[in-house]
Design a protein around this ligand. Sequence first.
Ligand code: MN
Length: 274
Amino acid sequence: MNNSAQSAKRPHILVSNDDGIGAPGILALVEALVDVADVSVIAPDRERSASSHALTMTKPLRIFERRFSVPVRRAVAVDGTPADCVKLGILELLADDRPDLVVSGVNRGANLGVDVYYSGTVAAAMEGLFEGIPAMAFSLSHHDGPEFDFSVVKPWIRRLVPWYLGLHPDPSTLINVNVPAIPAGAIKGLRTTRLGRGRYLNPFDHRRDPRGHPYYWMAGTLEVLDQAPEADLVAVRSGWVSLTPIAVARTDDAQRERLGAILDKAGLCRPAGS
Ligand code: MN
């Protein structure tokens, strides 16, 4: 077997994130993946955390080929959002080299519970699903302090990505993985979880600038409202790696039927004005 036939067997993974192409978390992700896959990196040129699923419609998207410190097929910085990067990657930049999987992260901070609605990391993975490609997101949780050691996530990437590819998953579900920021030996193992309910207390820090004008800085501390062991927030705080399958389909079918009957009974399904 020649080299091209061997390399053709390796899966092709599109990597993105929301912390920017220069973030240490995306480097850790690529370092873990190059052992098992060919990797293309297409990521924002700067931090775009909490940009959710925003797309850039009112300006062009510029691309910048980058060198990456580990061997990848291609590394491209885009002056857009995480969702822009994955959409542009699949439909244009990698149009002749379609990825088998999209992997986003490793995010600097947890994406648990309600976080997933704001997260650019999760949105980048979700964009892969929208384009028909299975996807995973990895995040490193933390409790206090600025230090993040992304090496604790690497063995979980090396275990979970080949496992998931081997399932030949269909692109209807996102695999959202959060690893607790504790020493690797202290991690209890992995649990499948559901998105837990939580909310941020005191999200706005009210300060004054040097000229006395007020400004607000969003932060807050998370209050966990769902204490069930299968809640993702609880699992990570208890020292478990959390794996949550998140469905793309968001329609509430039970409510669709219930509200349909109520609307019909109230006469609100007739043409307006009749
Ligand atoms: Mn981020």
